[in-house]
Each structure stands twice: as C-alpha cells, then as structure tokens.
Write a protein that binds this ligand. Structure first.
Ligand code: PAF
Length: 283
C-alpha cells in the first residue's frame, strides 16, 4: 500500500490507474479505524480495481465544545489495518492540502441536512459536505463508500453528488455491530466499562420500537416509551429518536415505502448515534 500526504503525490499515484482504465473506489474516513471501516474497504475491494482510503480528522465538522481535540488518532494501527485489507493507497492530507490559506468555500446541502444531527450540531453537515467535495475533487473516484451508521450523512452526500452531477456512484454499507448489537464507532473508545455495558440499550430500544410500530402501535407513544427506556438505562440528553422516511429523512407517523428509526443520545459524555431499517428484515 502506498501512503501519500501531498496532493502532487496523490495525483502521481492515481495517474497510472487512470491511464490503464482501472476503476477507483474511495473510502473517506477520519481514522481510528475499526471493523466497520474494514467492511467499507472490503466492499470497495469487491467493486473496484483500486481502493483509496483517506484519513483526515476534519475540523470543520466539529462544533465548539465537541471532541476534536480528543478524537482518537491511531495512524500506525490504521495503516496496518488498511494494508491487511488490501487497500491500494492511503491519502493522509495535511490541513493545508484540504484547506489552503484563503479557503473560503462552503458546500451546504439544504433540506436533508437540516433536521436531526443538522439541528443538534449546527454546521456539522456543511463541514462534512465541504470536505467530501474536496476529497471527491482530488481523487475523482468512480465510486465512494460510506457507512449506514451515519445515515443522515449518507443522505446528505447522495444529495450533494446528485445535485453537483459528479458522476460518482455512492454506496451505503450496512452498519457493523459488536456481538451484543452496539454499532461500531470510533467514539465507543470514550465509553467506560459501565457505559459500554449500558450503551447497547440504544439499539435494543430501537428494535423494540420497530417491533411495536410494525404491530400497529401508535408511533408517537412508541417513540415516547423508547425515550423513557433509554433514560432508565442511564442515557442523558436524547437529541432525537424518530421514525423517518429513509429517502427524505422527514418524520413519518405511519407506513411509507421505506422507513428508518434514527436516534442520537448521550451516555456519560459520549454522544452515540444509531439507526435501523423499519421493514421485515432484522439488523
Ligand atoms: O464519516 C466520517 O468519518 C466523516 O464524516 C467523513 C465522511 C470521513 C468526512 O470527514
């Protein structure tokens, strides 16, 4: 696996693949890689001739008082994992490569960015869309892969790609979970043993709520009960717990073609997000 930092080295690494007509899949990450990221790399490997991963902890998607300073950084371990999963190229841009002096552009995706994490973390999706647009422009991949755990992020990126006509196929990859069901996340590293034990309540209450909704229970009452259960399990702030249309992320209170239950809640000082599909299939 080649590892590059400067844009000029990235271009030089990509050039022979382009000349040979090979397809390129991009997996953008912020590092602290885990099995969820490796599922993205493996899916990319199965779909494209070449796999490019990026690691860039993007300051523009963190709000004031969020965890930018303590976000886990494990460069050596990350590179070893990517190598073991046959990634071809790792691009670790410096801050200047992404945001050169005088950088003044923000990519802002209206509508789908606005509710949920968009409301709880003002500016977050502008930061995500802007950095992903930069990564897309530099790598010009045929496809890019993102985890379904960040379901709203995936919807924002799909919207941006379609609106800008970038010609990049966006693939969502199913959330990878620990044995007890907790969705893998780099932020799980912040959890104490006790918090980690309780954290699994997030997916459990989502599954219970799904079962109730599919049995015909009223949506509002079911969501209220799910929040009550989360609090009983030791969760503090619940930013949202909602039933939404999977495409628009608008709230729904009855059956639509494809629905998703989405939630963000804090345990201790760690904010966790998760979502599950509301259909016959189970997660
Ligand atoms: O999901 C992430 O890790 C980040 O939001 C992303 C897509 C790499 C942009 O910084």
């Amino acid at each position: 696996m080649q590892i590059v930092s400067e844009n000029i080295d990235l271009t030089a690494a990509l050039e022979p693949w382009r000349l040979a007509g090979q397809t390129v899949a991009l997996v953008p990450t912020m590092g602290a890689l885990h099995a969820g990221h490796m599922a993205l790399i493996d899916a990319a490997r199965s779909k494209a001739d070449r796999v490019v991963a990026t690691i860039f902890v993007n300051p523009r998607q963190f709000g004031d008082g969020e965890d930018l300073a303590r976000y886990p950084r494990r460069e050596r371990e990350d590179a070893a994992l990517l190598e073991a999963h046959c990634c071809d190229l790792l691009w670790r841009p410096t801050i200047e490569q992404i945001y050169p002096p005088g950088f003044a552009t923000t990519v802002s995706v209206a509508g789908v960015s606005e509710r949920w994490d968009g409301a709880a973390r003002p500016g977050h999706f502008d930061g995500v869309a802007t950095v992903v647009a930069k990564l897309f422009a530099a790598v010009r991949p045929d496809m890019a892969l993102f985890g379904e755990k960040d379901f709203q992020q995936l919807a924002v990126i799909r919207r941006m790609e379609a609106d800008l006509g970038l010609g990049i196929v966006i693939h969502g990859v199913e959330t990878v979970r620990d044995g007890d069901g907790l969705a893998l996340s780099s932020r799980n590293a912040y959890l104490s043993e006790d918090e980690r034990r309780r954290a699994v309540a997030l997916v459990k209450v989502l599954k219970q709520a799904r079962a109730s909704i599919l049995e015909g229970a009223p949506v509002n009452g079911t969501l209220g009960e799910a929040k009550r259960q989360l609090r009983a399990e030791g969760f503090g702030r619940i930013d949202y717990l909602a039933l939404v249309d999977a495409a628009t992320l608008e709230p729904v209170d009855g059956p639509t073609a494809e629905m998703r239950l989405i939630a963000a809640a804090t345990i201790g000082t760690t904010r966790l997000i998760d979502n599950i599909r509301v259909a016959e299939a189970t997660v």
